[in-house]
Design a protein around this ligand. Structure first.
Ligand code: GDG
Length: 461
């Protein structure tokens, strides 16, 4: 069996430092099975950029290879096309998208440069697996360089309905370039079917069934492979000494009151202002919760240099002040909004100490927080997950309280149901979700994708 070569914008960590997310854990697991390379951007900007030296680091059979980019690449490819164009469009936010042709040129250039640097590292038997919206067009560059290895792709964020994607200039050309991949994986059945519909309607492709598409002589697989977490490990995190320390600090602070927890990077896709308003509605419509139920929002800043992110941060500060000013009591603060991050074990403890997990993105590829919240609960006394219908996770987690995040009334009513839910119902709902999380964990996820690519390799392309 050949090696695995993973490409993603950011690389690592190779060792589980307790900071690694499920994705890193799953990829390292897949990489160590066959040995291989994990290639991506170093996170550094330099004058040589992608022409500079490759930075390598090895741990057993896995090699991490990173390369810089120039400031111009960073501006056009990363801050530009990836974050100002593709991220909003793929999250259905045409109103926030910036269509600047220099961004698209920079994006195509960086995809080509990364392919050029990867090419000499590839061996004939390798399987290549590229991740996410930063590298939609990379396989087409590799094919021009006569790479015939099987190349798989996984999109971590949503693939929008064709009606939305059609607004992206040159959408047809970008999706056509994606057909150079042999297998294209999506988070949900809906995303995969949106992609296949685009290929049918805009590129004249033919649906062969079972996720297989034919466009001209080219055949690709476009299926859903919902990403999982390392559920068992996360559940153990929640019982670790670090987690327990945080649980007892929180329990002391709460003094028998209940806590709703939200954990999200600050991003407009996560529906944070809507969430704060829904919590305000809970206190308005169900006044018995005043002084008794609080919302804790952990929100590490991300992409803080972009205007849309500065605006949302300001709005959240204002909403927090407004709700707290209106409802706070001597010994109770309704919203605790923390723009910082916690170590993963501490986070697991915070989830476990919270009666409700509130996950209300307006659009989300999957949302791992929903899964982590469930994995961290106590089997004998679990909390309740309130989950947006627009998170990919909703396809697999129907036992959660599924809500429309745009409706403050609906979210407030679901919160009220969650807060007052009898133990038996909480247990039933939790058990079904937890069992599924363990069966479809991160390792199973990468295993399925690898098995399908191996099959392509065996059958010849
Ligand atoms: C993209 C897609 C898809 C958050 N705060 C802290 C912290 N986190 C961790 C969470 C979770 C991760 O960050 C966030 O993952 P999400 O899935 O919720 O969201 P994105 O970052 O937008 O991820 C998403 C995902 O890719 C995977 O395919 O599910 O839809 O948008 O693991 O725990 N971690 C620590 N401290 C924090 O304060 N340590």
């Amino acid at each position: 069996m050949g090696r695995l070569v993973v490409v993603s914008n950011r690389v690592g960590p190779l060792k589980d430092t307790g900071r690694a997310g499920g994705l890193a854990v799953a990829l390292v697991d897949a990489l160590t099975k066959t040995g291989g390379i994990w290639f991506g951007w170093s996170g550094e900007v330099s004058e040589e950029g992608t022409f500079g030296q490759l930075q390598t680091q090895k741990s057993k059979s896995v090699q991490m290879v990173q390369v810089d980019m120039t400031q111009a690449d960073y501006d056009a490819f990363y801050a530009g096309y990836a974050n100002r164009t593709l991220w909003p469009v793929l999250h259905y936010r045409l109103d926030l998208a910036d269509f600047d042709r220099r961004f698209e040129q920079g994006y195509r250039h960086v995809n080509d440069r990364f392919a050029t640097r990867l090419r000499p590292m590839l061996k004939p038997d390798d399987i290549v697996w590229v991740h996410d919206y930063h590298f939609l067009t990379m396989a087409s560059n590799l094919r021009v360089m006569e790479v015939t290895n099987p190349i798989a792709f996984f999109l971590h964020i949503p693939f929008p309905a064709p009606e939305i994607l059609a607004a992206l200039p040159n959408a047809g050309s970008i999706v056509r370039a994606m057909l150079a991949y042999d297998l294209i994986g999506f988070q949900t059945r809906r995303d995969a079917s949106n992609f296949r519909r685009f290929v049918r309607e805009e590129l004249g492709g033919v649906d062969l069934g079972d996720g297989r598409m034919k466009v001209g002589s080219r055949e690709v697989i476009a299926r859903a492979y919902p990403i999982g977490i390392d559920a068992e490990a996360f559940s153990k995190f929640a019982m670790s000494p670090d987690a327990r320390r945080n649980i007892s600090r929180l329990e002391k602070l709460l003094g028998g009151r209940q806590q709703i927890i939200g954990v999200d990077r600050i991003d407009y896709s996560k529906g944070l202002p809507e969430r704060f308003k829904a919590f305000e509605r809970l206190l308005e419509d169900y006044p018995e919760n005043r002084g008794r139920v609080s919302l804790m929002q952990v929100a590490p800043p991300s992409r803080a240099e972009l205007d849309a992110y500065i605006d949302i941060r300001r709005e959240l500060d204002e909403l927090t002040g407004h709700v707290n000013g209106k409802f706070a009591e001597l010994d109770w603060t309704p919203i605790r909004f923390m723009t910082r991050s916690f170590p993963r074990r501490a986070l697991a403890g915070i989830y476990r100490a919270s009666r409700v997990g509130l996950v209300t993105p307006l659009r989300d590829g999957m949302n791992l927080v929903a899964k982590e919240y469930v994995a961290a609960q106590r089997a004998e006394d679990p909390g309740v997950l309130v989950l947006s219908r627009f998170a990919g996770a909703a396809e697999e987690m129907q036992e959660a309280m599924i809500v429309n995040p745009h409706s403050a009334e609906e979210v407030a009513a679901a919160l009220q149901t969650a807060i007052t839910m009898p133990l038996e119902e909480r247990r039933d709902r939790w058990q079904a979700m937890f069992d599924r999380l363990c069966a479809n964990d991160a390792v199973a996820w990468s295993g399925k994708i690898m098995a399908d690519v191996q099959a392509i390799k065996r059958n010849g392309r």
